[in-house]
Design a protein around this ligand. Structure first.
Ligand code: SF4
Length: 226
């Protein structure tokens, strides 16, 4: 017998996850440049260590203009708690200086007036900014209708059966946008619900299907129970 249609399956997932985590609606209060810097520092880094690096950087140099003028070695020293500081420090300086050269100050505020695709392309031209990092800035700070697919969103989407097994994170973004509403509030809600669920219940090493509110309709749980 065929399984439920994707939209029914999606509705069930969202309803059940909202019942335990509540509806998610909190955007970042950071301007887009701050969000981008935090995103770079968070790559392969825990939230606590990212915060430590971000705070030390701004405490040491005052603002992004100050960071742009700082030596790479000084930036690297401040962000040692973040993974790969030797790679991130020159990138941070390069991004800030390229913005100052073009706009006279380090800012990405102008992205809010751009179409989503144009803003995404702009971000991805900056050194070291890939598709995933761009989507974090676009959704969390600029409220553009994209869906960041991190490791948790990716894993839960595949296990539950919204996406086919083996689909890459890069392809997952397009596939998810085909079944999700083109609305930033809905996409934020989806991202945060799956992120929380992936962190707390559907973990990479040991998914707790016996305690999961969507187990009844989850492909992975069904296969596991056979
Ligand atoms: S039932 Fe298991 S595999 Fe499916 S979403 Fe829940 S924890 Fe993950």
């Amino acid at each position: 017998m065929p399984g439920p249609a994707p939209t029914q399956k999606l509705d069930y997932l969202l309803t059940r996850l909202i019942s335990i985590y509540g509806r998610q609606g909190r955007y970042s209060s950071k301007p887009p440049l701050d969000q981008l810097m935090a995103t770079i520092l968070s790559q392969r880094t825990t939230y606590a260590d990212e915060r430590k690096a971000y705070t030390k950087l701004l405490d040491t140099y005052g603002d992004w203009q100050g960071v742009a003028a700082a030596p790479v070695s000084g930036i690297e020293e401040c962000i040692l708690s973040s993974r790969w500081p030797e790679v991130k420090a020159p990138r941070i300086k390069q991004i800030l200086n390229s913005l100052i050269e073009r706009y006279g100050e380090p800012t990405l505020d102008f992205l809010s007036d751009m179409e989503t695709k144009a803003a995404q392309d702009y971000l991805m031209e900056l050194p070291g900014v890939g598709f995933k990092s761009a989507t974090f800035v676009l959704l969390f700070s600029l409220r553009k209708p994209v869906v960041p697919v991190d490791t948790h969103v990716h894993r839960v989407s595949i296990r539950y059966g919204l996406l086919p097994p083996g689909m890459t994170q890069a392809k997952a973004h397009t596939a998810l946008l085909e079944i999700l509403p083109n609305d930033a509030d809905e996409l934020l809600n989806f991202h945060k619900l799956l992120f929380k669920h992936g962190q707390r219940i559907c973990t990479w090493s040991s998914p707790r299907c016996e305690n999961c509110v969507v187990a009844e309709r989850c492909d992975f749980a069904r296969e596991r129970g056979k």
